[in-house]
Each structure stands twice: as structure tokens, then as C-alpha cells.
Design a protein around this ligand. Structure first.
Ligand SMILES: NC(=O)c1ccc[n+]([C@@H]2O[C@H](COP(=O)([O-])OP(=O)(O)OC[C@H]3O[C@@H](n4cnc5c(N)ncnc54)[C@H](O)[C@@H]3O)[C@@H](O)[C@H]2O)c1
Length: 326
């Protein structure tokens, strides 16, 4: 298959590109390489993929339709894996416009690109988030739970993306699969996320700022489990329920939430160091718990996450120490 992958310099995009190439697909990667976190990490991911058979990368802002058109001229894609986004809940308090540009305008540009793609519309697989669920969702979160009261601007833009997608499925028959990822972590991960920040501080002997008394619970999901599902979803012909718009949503989570103390314990074990904790008042926008019901993805794609938090964190810490030589 020929695949267009947005957010290719990002954490999940990097792993997805590797897995898709290994499965024999061709990948065109797009990314604007913005500086939300250190672009050196994004460049290092791209460098690790350089020269791979069937791969090419184009620096491109997906919120700019003309740039997307010129980056993809002359190609026909079977699937678009749209992962580019302004990620992270907390940065929404600082720069909401970044979310509007990448997650709303960018999403709409990709929808329009897919709709007019010749000779046939591709299957558009896009990243959504567990953040579409609010604090009042009953765990485990089911895809059909009410999702119109997000507590973060990020969650609001991700839910809006799902709705924009549904309208294109309805209006133009554009086949789409939205994936609600739950706290994805692993090697080559994201420096803005707690597992990375905590590892960094524990290795430096600095205190960890812990919000909510450490009681926040997250359905931590190892990146290889997510990527195995992505490859299966990309390769499986699209099916929609009879008489419905071709628009589906799946949770991809671990179905095993753990609190911040469990995360810290796993990092302590992997680093061999003891954490110093500083309890702090957290910023608004974080939900108390995320917990995925994965019945739907298990039924349709055999989704069965394998890695425990302890084993996944051990792999992350091994990578982190080797990458930063610490
Ligand atoms: N990692 C997680 O835990 C998690 C959880 C839920 C949802 N998601 C979603 O999964 C997707 C991938 O997340 P990630 O963790 O790899 O994040 P990431 O920040 O590492 O990757 C996103 C990439 O998109 C790029 N990007 C942003 N705006 C762009 C634009 N306008 N044009 C081109 N490129 C642009 C960034 O430069 C970045 O490299 C995102 O859509 C994110 O919202 C991630």
C-alpha cells in the first residue's frame, strides 16, 4: 500500500512509519517539525528513518492546503494516517491558537485533500484522544459514551475533529477511522509527558512535581501495542455498518489504569533510584482518570495490548539512558 502519514517526525508517527515500512508499505511522511518540544528529538527520529526503502519525508504544514498538494503531487495514496496535531492538555492554557490551527484547520485540510484525491478517495485513519471524555464519563470509557463536555481545549479540538470527519463521511462517503489513544508512552517518546519528565528528574536527583496527590489514574499504553493495531487497521479493508455513514471510532488503550504512584514506582525500579516527591496543585484540564473499554477494537482488529507498565517503562528508561548517555 502507498500511505501518506502526517506527524511523521512525532513520537507515534515515527514508530508507525517504522512498522509500516517493515510490513512492506511505502510511506510519505509529512511534518512541520514545530518547536512545541525540542525539535532536535524530531530530527533524530527522522534521521533514524533516513534512506529506508519506500520512505520519503517532506517538511510541510498540514494546515496549508497548497503545501500538502505540492508535497504529494503525482502520488496516489491508499490510506492516509493522519497523526499530526498539537498534542498535550496543559499547553492549551498557553497557546490555544496552536490547537485551532493544527487540529481544526489542519484536520479540515486533510479531509478536503482526501475528498478530492484521485483516482479514488483513500481510507482516512486519524488520531483522536481519550481527552474527548470528560470527568463525568463512567469508566471504563465506551466509544458511545456522551462526549460533549471536554474539560480541556485539546479535548475539545479532538472531539471537533471527529465531528468534522463524520460530516465528510456522511456528505461524501469518505471512509474514516478515528482512534482515541490513551496515554501512549515508550522509547523516542514525548518530553512533555509525565513518564519522561519524572525519568529526567529522578536521574538528575531532582524533586518530582506531583499533582492531585498522585491519585490521577491513566490507562498507560505502550507504543508497540498501539502501532501493531495501527498496522492492522491500515491493512484491513474498511467496513461500515449497513445504512451508516462510513465513519468509525475506536478506543486504543491498555484497559488497565494505574495511578501516578505506580508510574513512579516503575521508574524507580528501572533507574535504581529513589524519587523525591513534591505535591503540588495541578493546573485545570486534567481528568481524574482515563480507562478504555477496548471491546470494539478487540472484536474488529484483535486488539490485545500486551505490555505492563513496569516492562514498558523499563524499555523506555533503557532507551532514554542510551539516547542521552546518562
Ligand atoms: N502520545 C499520546 O499519549 C497521545 C494520546 C492521545 C492522542 N494522541 C494523538 O496522537 C497523535 C500523535 O501524537 P504524538 O504523541 O506522536 O505527538 P507528537 O507531538 O510527538 O507528534 C505530533 C507531530 O505533529 C507535528 N505537527 C503538529 N502540527 C502540525 C502541522 N500543522 N503540520 C505538520 N505537522 C504538524 C508536530 O511537529 C509533531 O511532530 C496526535 O494527533 C495526538 O493528539 C497522542
Amino acid at each position: 500500500m502507498n500511505i501518506l502519514l502526517t506527524g511523521a517526525a512525532g513520537f507515534i508517527g515515527f514508530h508507525a512509519t517504522q512498522a509500516l515500512l517493515a510490513a512492506g508499505h511505502a510511506v510519505t511522511g509529512l511534518d512541520e517539525i514545530n518547536d512545541y518540544y525540542d525539535p532536535a528529538l524530531k530530527r533524530a527520529r527522522l534521521a533514524a528513518l533516513e534512506g529506508r526503502n519506500g520512505y520519503r519525508f517532506v517538511k510541510c504544514d498540514i494546515a496549508d492546503a497548497a503545501s500538502v498538494a505540492s508535497a504529494t503531487a503525482g502520488e496516489h495514496y491508499d490510506v492516509i494516517l493522519h497523526l499530526a496535531a498539537q498534542a498535550g492538555v496543559r499547553y492549551g492554557l498557553v497557546d490555544p491558537a496552536a490547537y485551532t490551527r493544527s487540529n481544526l484547520v489542519g484536520h479540515q485540510v486533510m479531509l478536503e485533500f482526501a475528498r478530492h484525491h484521485q483516482p479514488a478517495m483513500p481510507h482516512l485513519v486519524y488520531a483522536s484522544s481519550s481527552s474527548v471524555y470528560g470527568n463525568d464519563t463512567v469508566p471504563p470509557f465506551r466509544e458511545d459514551a456522551r462526549c460533549d463536555r471536554p474539560v480541556s481545549y485539546y479535548g475539545a479540538t479532538k472531539r471537533s475533529g471527529e465531528m468534522l470527519s463524520h460530516s465528510y463521511a456522511s456528505l461524501f462517503g469518505l471512509q474514516q477511522t478515528g482512534l482515541r489513544f490513551f496515554t501512549v508512552y515508550g522509547p523516542w517518546g514525548r518530553p512533555d509527558m509525565a513518564y519522561w519528565l519524572f525519568t529526567d528528574k529522578i536521574l538528575k536527583g531532582e524533586a518530582l512535581p506531583v499533582f492531585g496527590g498522585g491519585k490521577l489514574r491513566r490507562d498507560f499504553t505502550y507504543v508497540d501495542d498501539i502501532v501493531a493495531a495501527l498496522v492492522r487497521i491500515v491493512e484491513t479493508p474498511f467496513t461500515a455498518d449497513e445504512g451508516q455513514a462510513p465513519s468509525r471510532i475506536y478506543n486504543l488503550g491498555n484497559h488497565h489504569p494505574e495511578d501516578v504512584h505506580a508510574l513512579i514506582k516503575a521508574i524507580e525500579k528501572a533507574t535504581g533510584k529513589t524519587a523525591r516527591i513534591e505535591n503540588r496543585e495541578g493546573p485545570p484540564g486534567d481528568v481524574n482518570e482515563t480507562y478504555a473499554d477496548i471491546t470494539r477494537a478487540a472484536r474488529d482488529f484483535g486488539f490485545a495490548p500486551r505490555l505492563s507498565l513496569e516492562d514498558g517503562i523499563a524499555r523506555f528508561v533503557t532507551w532514554y539512558r542510551a539516547h542521552f548517555k546518562v
